[in-house]
Design a protein around this ligand. Structure first.
Ligand code: PLP
Length: 401
């Protein structure tokens, strides 16, 4: 038995920093496909993919093989940007092939928040402007700049001052887009507000935002950290809407389960980081070769196994099966949904009951009365039916039939 096996949970509370006073604290022993397993025979459906990370499921053989092969060749070799590292080059090239000529330069970092930071810096330097506009109810990460552009004031208490010249507007408000003006470096927006409770864009909103940015010379930064890599049924959500951002933010599923983030833009914009000053945006571990290899394997799997086609099929099962009078709203698209209940107490009791019955889901940062549904795209029909039935059973046990 490993040295700490019996006291592992106590040690978790004693030595691992907690982000809330009530972490779920389930112990994960192993994971495979759409399931997580505990050390005492527990099995949970992973109905959230580690929050939109394991889009190709846990322990995908292609991803494991890529990790093994790359780690045997080399792991960390050199700080980001100096040496030619094949996994970075291949992944950037394949992303550019799908994203097109306006999004063909990739800066690899380590996380989503870091992608946001890089994009904000590049937008300021490229435009020579300082004003940043972003949306209320948005989430772009927890580092200082990313928190500044996130749109939940209550999360920032005690952490101020935030970045100067950041202005928040309501999401989906066409008139408010006028606040993106000639002094604006960038408008930062999610195509679907994830942490905000899966708030969908109203028809024409994102296109209007795109047009406004072009009109005043601001860069549009689109945060697809949660919506990317097939979650909405297209590889990237903006492909549903027929527009291109100036800068695209990626992370989460970008690494196929390993940590990585990226911002992607055109060469003209990206080149501002090369000089005056040189080395103004650098990272040691950004685009780690093993993360790139794993991410590329997952990216290829989404394409070679036509997983995008599975998204509407699985969504149809979800919408057919998950019906109960206690559900106030089932909101979303593809495989990114919020299931809303009347209040936090109900929602959280259902979350806890579902966990007990074998399904893992979690609430949102910015709304209290909902649970996330964002399972792996590799789920079978039967697994989706099983998942919905577990969740329904939890709802029935908390709210009645
Ligand atoms: N942007 C969005 C839309 C996110 O959902 C998240 C994380 O949940 C982030 C940014 C931050 O990413 P990370 O947690 O990797 O810093």
């Amino acid at each position: 038995m490993p040295k700490f096996a019996r006291m592992i949970k106590e040690l978790f509370f004693q030595h691992v920093a907690q982000t809330s006073e009530f972490p779920m604290a389930i112990e994960i022993d192993r994971a495979e496909g759409v399931y997580l397993y505990g050390p005492n025979g527990e099995r949970w459906v992973d109905f959230i993919s580690g929050i939109c990370v394991t889009n190709v499921g846990h322990k995908a053989p292609e991803v494991l093989e890529a990790i093994r092969t790359q780690s045997e060749r080399y792991m960390h070799a050199m700080v980001y940007g100096e040496a030619v590292l094949t996994p970075q080059v291949e992944y950037a090239t394949e992303l550019a092939n799908i994203l097109g000529p306006n999004l063909d330069h990739v800066f690899f970092g380590n996380s989503g928040a870091e992608a946001t930071e890089g994009a904000l810096k590049v937008a300021k330097k490229f435009t020579g402007k300082t004003r940043i506009v972003s949306c209320l109810n948005a989430y772009h990460g927890s580092t200082h700049g990313a928190m500044s552009v996130s749109g939940n004031a209550s999360m920032k208490v005690g952490y101020g001052p935030m970045l100067p010249d950041v202005h928040h507007i309501p999401y989906n408000d066409l008139e408010a887009l006028a606040q993106i003006d000639e002094h604006t470096a960038a408008f930062v927006v999610e195509p679907i507000q994830g942490a905000g409770g899966v708030v969908m864009p109203t028809p024409g909103y994102l296109q209007a935002a795109r047009a406004r940015c072009t009109e005043v010379g601001a860069l549009m930064i689109l945060d697809e950290i949660q919506t990317g890599f097939g979650r909405t049924g297209k590889m990237f959500a903006h492909q549903h809407f027929g527009f291109e951002p100036d800068i695209l933010l990626l992370a989460k599923a970008l690494g196929g389960g390993l940590p990585i983030g990226a911002f992607v833009t055109r060469g003209e914009v990206m080149r501002v980081i090369q000089s005056n000053p040189l080395l103004g945006h650098i990272t040691t571990f950004g685009g780690h070769p093993v993360s790139c290899a794993a991410g590329l394997a997952a990216f290829r799997k989404i394409q070679s196994e036509n997983l995008l086609q599975r998204v509407p099929e699985l969504e149809a099962i979800l919408l057919r099966e998950l019906k109960h009078p206690a559900i106030v709203e089932l909101r979303g698209t593809g495989l990114i949904y919020a299931v809303l209940f009347k209040d936090f107490e109900t929602s959280d009791a259902i979350r806890a009951k579902a966990l007990e019955l074998g399904l893992l889901t979690i609430g949102f940062i910015n709304i209290k009365n909902g649970l996330r549904i964002c399972p792996p795209l590799t789920m079978t029909d039967e697994e989706m039916v099983e998942s919905c039935h577990i969740l329904l059973k939890a709802i029935e046990q908390v709210c009645g039939e």
